[in-house]
Design a binder for this molecule. Sequence first.
Ligand SMILES: Cc1ncc(C[n+]2csc(CCOP(=O)(O)OP(=O)(O)O)c2C)c(N)n1
Ligand SMILES: [Mg+2]
Length: 357
Amino acid sequence: MPGSNFNFETIEFLDPNGQLKRPLPEALATRDKLVELYQLMVQTRVFDRAAINLQRTGAMGTYPSCEGQEAIGTGVGYAMNENDVLVPYYRDIATQIQRGVLLEEILRYWGGDEWGMHFQHQAQDFPISVPIATQSCHAVGVAYAMKYRQQPRAVVTTCGDGATSKGDFYESINIAGALALPVVFVVNNNRWAISVPLEKQTAAQTIAHKSLAAGIDGYRVDGNDPIAVFQVLSEALELARNEQRPSLVEALTYRLCDHTTADDASRYRPQQEFDAARELEPLIRFKAYLQKEQQWSDADDESIYADCKKQVKKAIEAYQAFPEQPPGQFFDYMFAKRTADLEQQKQEWLAGVKRHG
Ligand SMILES: Cc1ncc(C[n+]2csc(CCOP(=O)(O)OP(=O)(O)O)c2C)c(N)n1
Ligand SMILES: [Mg+2]
């Protein structure tokens, strides 16, 4: 088969038992940094569980969990410079919290209030993209602006495996290559796009192979290993910032959750596949590594979980204290001034709300 003799090696540092297979990257070679990576993953997991509970009890709308995928956002965020720009999708909590986004802002957004994406402490990153792959195009625009202004900065944009089938994605990697733009496309390959498995999504040998047609660098990384993700992203970002070399990073992981709280994956996902993926997940592996190599105790572990739970509790209280948005306000911010069309839609929508009580 054409192209099938081109292999992308999967870059790994930690094996599933938490054994380090190669020397730590210099930037992570202290216990504090490693503990920080673990804390970010635990924080994300604890937040994620709490968010699902809020949805289940009617205190929040639909929510897309990132369970099992925490290592990607953790490594990506750790590798970014403050003045890089993140153009995220909806499973990037671990990155967003490192960028200064507040947990209560994320809850606010999924609670139906768009102001949740108007980050208090992060003015340059983009809001979460729920439309699939549209953010790839925005990322390319931001990268073009950086290049035009001759700034040594880069854009990171993320999407799922399913998103890489869309025209937006192909057009974006193509133009990034053609114009040599400082952008890194990170693909969270969690093997499912709602109920569509990867096998049905593409005939490409791997997602990383899609970089070949665009003429950009391609990497495959173990997405359950935050050290490997950090290292690959650091290298890719360096090349993007300093040499305008764009890249596509395929991070291999698994969606250890329903697609969103509106989904029931047990209707289409083989239980065996799920059970096998559970064995490979990032938190278990990283804890095993810390225990073996970094004198990590059960008491240390309990204290990190207790601390994260406290922070999440505070975020929930802050979320619940936000004043409710007046109905229909979301029509008001599309443009500086509401157009006649939008005004009509708003009035129809408000009348509908009234009709349905
Ligand atoms: C343009 C567009 N089409 C369809 C949808 C409905 N939709 C939401 S998530 C999803 C699948 C995405 O799968 P993938 O890209 O693998 O990301 P994952 O959710 O698995 O992280 C689809 C089709 C959407 N949000 N936007
Ligand atoms: Mg997916």
